[in-house]
Each structure stands twice: as C-alpha cells, then as structure tokens.
Design a protein. Structure first.
Length: 476
C-alpha cells in the first residue's frame, strides 16, 4: 500500500480554533519511491487572530498570511482533491495523530467536508514518531539521537533528521517536514525490514483489533516520560476485550500475578487499577498502536527474569476467564461514566463538538453538491442541512469568501459575532486581539534581549496587521 506522508503548519496550537496555513505531502510506494507531491499555502481566514509564536516557528510572513494565491477555503478544496486522488493509502506524518490529524478533521468539519478522509476505509493511518520510537525500543542503533538533560533520546523531527545527516535547515515548513519524515522512515525500513510490516499492520482499528483478539501474548510499545518501553501483555478474553465507552483494547501486564485479580469484585478491581505499576494496559486501537510479537517483550526487563512457563500460564488464565474480563469492562464503564459526570456542564462551542455529535449520512451526502454550486446558491442550499452547526459554518464560509451574496442583516450578524470573539477582554479558548498584543509585547522583550532584529521586525508587522483587524471590527 502507498504511503501518503504529510505535514501541516498552522496559525495556532489550538486544533479547535486555529487554521492550517500551509500543508504539504509526498506520496511514496512501499519502497519509498516518490509518486507525487503537493504543497499549498493560503491566506488566514477573515477575522482570525494568529498566535505570534506559531508564525515565528513556521516562518510565516504577514505577506504570506494576507496575500497568498489561495484562500483558506480554496486550499482545503485542493487538499481534499489530492487526498481523494491518492486513496487508498496509509496516511502518516510526524506526531500527526495527536495534532495534524485532529487539525485536518476539525478543519474539514468546519469546512463542510467529510472529516475522516485519512482513516476511513479504504484508507488507513499511522504515525511516524510511533514507528521511530518502537524501532528504537527494539534496537537503539537504528537511529542516531541527541540525548536531552534527562538522559532520554530526542525524537523531535528536526533533531532526528540532523542526527541522521539530513539537511534540516528548512524544518517547520510543511513539505520539508513531510520529506524528512519519509527519509527517516526509509532508514528504519532498511535497517529493520523484519519489523517494518509489523509496525504498519495496526494502521486501522479493525486490523489492530484482529491482532489482539487472536493472540494470547503480545508486546505493546508505549512511550512514557521520555522513554519508549516494551510491555508484555495478555489481551482479555476476545469476547470482552474492548473498552465499552472508548472502544480501545484492554490487556493485562504479564509482570503481574494475575491469580488474585481473577476473583476480585468490580469495586476491588477499580481500586487495583489506581495502583502502580498498572496491571491493565490500553491498546488505542484507532491510533495505530505498535503491537509486536511476544518474543520482543520476553527479551526485556522485567519479563526476561520471569519463568516463560509462568508467563504463559498467566496469559492463559486471562484469555480464558470470561467473568474476569467482563468485570474489568464493567469497572471501566463505571470509571468512564464517573469521569463524564464530573466534567464541566458548560456548553461547548460548535467548533469543539466534532466528537460529541457526528454529522448524519444525509447531511454528509449533500457536501459535494454544496461545494459544486455557485456562491449565490450556496446560501439557499444550507436550508437542506439538518445540522445547525453546518448551517452556521456554511454562513461563515460565505462571509469569508463571497460576502456580497449575503443579505446585509446576515452579513452584519456574522461580523458582530466575530467581533465579539476577537475583541473579548476575557481569557478565551481562542486567540483574541488583547491576547495577541500581550504575546507580542512578551516576545518583543525576549528578542530585544537577544538582539534578534529579524524577529523584532516581524513582530512590528504582526502588530500592525492585528491593529488593522481591530480597526475593521471594533465599530461593528
């Protein structure tokens, strides 16, 4: 299967309220031979306030932010076309599951596009950093790494690329980061050909579930506190091995004496779950977990000091005990429900609601026609959507792309809504004009002390840009 290796640069660290401003990717075959590539940049959506530090990191100038060839809406359209053209493939990046994937999903959701394009069948997804950490856990000679002050290997892309002798001077631009990811992964494949396929075999939830339902013993790779570790685990009974709320696999760590656990009550199990080391391990089935054969975990501490026949006996007890597995799932459900009840009861914003309420198939089927229609018809077509969130997103897209087609009252209402957000004096979840000015002042002090004239000049330009947005919105 081809690999689609991609990366984004954004206006903010918030996946809910920030925007992608650059995205690039390369399509390679299973031997890392390049088949296609793309790189798109766009203007920042109207009325959005960027984070100064985000722009400094990804080296985005105010000119690029305001005068790019593509609008944000046009860029998302091009990305969607490219991703569809590249399908089926495994989409992956560097630390993408935690950030880039979330960003593209929420951008597509707000952009009235199908959000799960990178992992809905026939596509699959993985994460380059997970693969690199697992490869390193198996054999530390696979990659040269810097060691930080806590004596842990550094897996930041720029650092890792530099340590492999790759040119990382243009890191933090989307296409460069995608290319560096491809080069590092090709090194891993070359040095660990036997584990490479094993790494990729969990690129879909279904594939991951098939593995842990079938196997009696697995090695799970996890990353905690700067270290990549291997855990020898026994998945629960195949009928009762998936978390009833989060849909993640559950396995018992085989360093633990399982016999006392088997007859515990649900409340006793809940207490036991709070203790360390944890006896229960989670297999995040939809997040490309690294599941290796049992041999790998058998060779490392503390499992290599345990009699292999005892390990097999423990695994057999776990696998065969339906009652124990059912009790674990009941305990996990109760814990999840307690957690849900203790959550803040405040309403969340539509931008944050992608997982609270999924868009209906009926509405999703309308997306292509909505995008294909001319701007003056898009407003009327919004009446066909049942989901009020999509209607609001659609009106905002029209406001940003073709404001002339909106009735004057609607135009003013949308502009007023944006003004209320960006001019807010409170500490909000999105970047406001006061927040941005405060950030600029802090960074100005920092770069004055460092005599960094280039960054100081950029901050002045950003300050002027944000002042112009303020002027546009303060008298609404």
């Amino acid at each position: 299967m081809n690999l689609a290796i991609w990366d984004i640069e954004s206006s903010s660290a918030s996946t809910d309220f920030g925007s992608i401003i650059e995205i690039g990717g390369i399509l390679v075959d299973e031997n890392f031979k390049e088949k296609d590539r793309f790189n798109f940049r766009c203007r920042l959506p109207e009325g959005e306030i960027p984070q100064a530090m985000a722009l400094i990191v990804n080296k985005t100038s105010i000119k690029q932010l305001t005068q790019g060839n593509l609008s944000h809406y046009q860029m998302l359209s091009e990305v969607e076309k490219t991703f569809k053209k590249w399908s089926p493939c495994i989409f992956l990046g560097w630390s993408n599951i935690g950030f880039d994937d979330e960003m593209i999903r929420k951008e597509f959701f707000r952009g009235i596009r199908y959000p799960y394009i990178t992992n809905a069948s026939p596509n699959k997804r993985h994460d380059g950093i997970n693969i690199a950490r697992a490869a390193y856990a198996i054999d530390t000679s696979v990659l040269e790494t810097e060691i930080n002050e806590k004596n842990n290997p550094v897996f930041k892309l720029e650092s890792l690329a530099r340590m492999q002798g790759l040119d990382s001077s243009d890191a933090h631009s989307a296409l460069t980061d995608a290319t560096l990811t491809a080069k590092i992964l090709s090194i891993i494949k070359k040095k660990q050909p036997n584990t490479w396929d094993m790494f990729l075999r969990t690129a879909s939830r279904l594939d991951a579930e098939t593995i842990f339902k079938k196997e009696e013993i697995i090695t799970l790779n996890e990353y905690f506190y700067g270290k990549s570790r291997l855990y020898l685990c026994a998945p629960l009974n195949p009928k009762y091995c998936i978390h009833p709320v989060y849909q993640w696999g559950q396995a018992v760590d085989l360093r633990v004496d399982v016999e006392p656990l088997l007859n515990m009550s649900i409340n006793e199990l809940k207490l036991e779950m709070k203790k360390t080391p944890k006896f229960l391990r989670t297999i995040r089935s939809n997040k490309a977990p690294i599941i290796l054969d049992a041999d790998y975990g058998m060779k490392v501490e503390p499992y290599n000091a345990i009699d292999p026949s005892l390990i097999k006996k423990r695994a057999k007890l776990v696998k065969e005990s339906e009652n124990f597995s059912q009790n674990i799932l009941t305990a996990l459900r109760e814990i999840a429900e307690e957690k849900e009840q203790s959550k803040s009861q405040e309403d969340i914003y539509a931008e944050q609601s992608i997982y609270r309420k999924f868009t209906s198939n009926k509405d999703t089927a309308l997306f292509p026609a909505w995008h294909a229609s001319p701007w003056n018809e898009k407003l009327k077509l919004l009446d066909k959507f049942d989901d009020e969130r999509l209607v609001a997103f659609g009106k905002k897209i029209i406001y940003q792309e073709a404001p002339d087609v909106l009735p004057q009252s609607m135009f003013k209402s949308i502009k007023k809504g944006i003004a209320k957000r960006i001019l807010s004096e409170k500490k909000e979840q999105w970047w406001t004009i006061p927040t941005c000015f405060s950030e600029i002042d802090t960074l100005r002090d920092k770069y004055t002390n460092e005599n960094d004239e280039v960054k100081l000049k950029f901050l002045d330009e950003l300050n002027d840009h944000v002042m112009s947005i303020q002027k546009n919105y303060e008298n609404v």
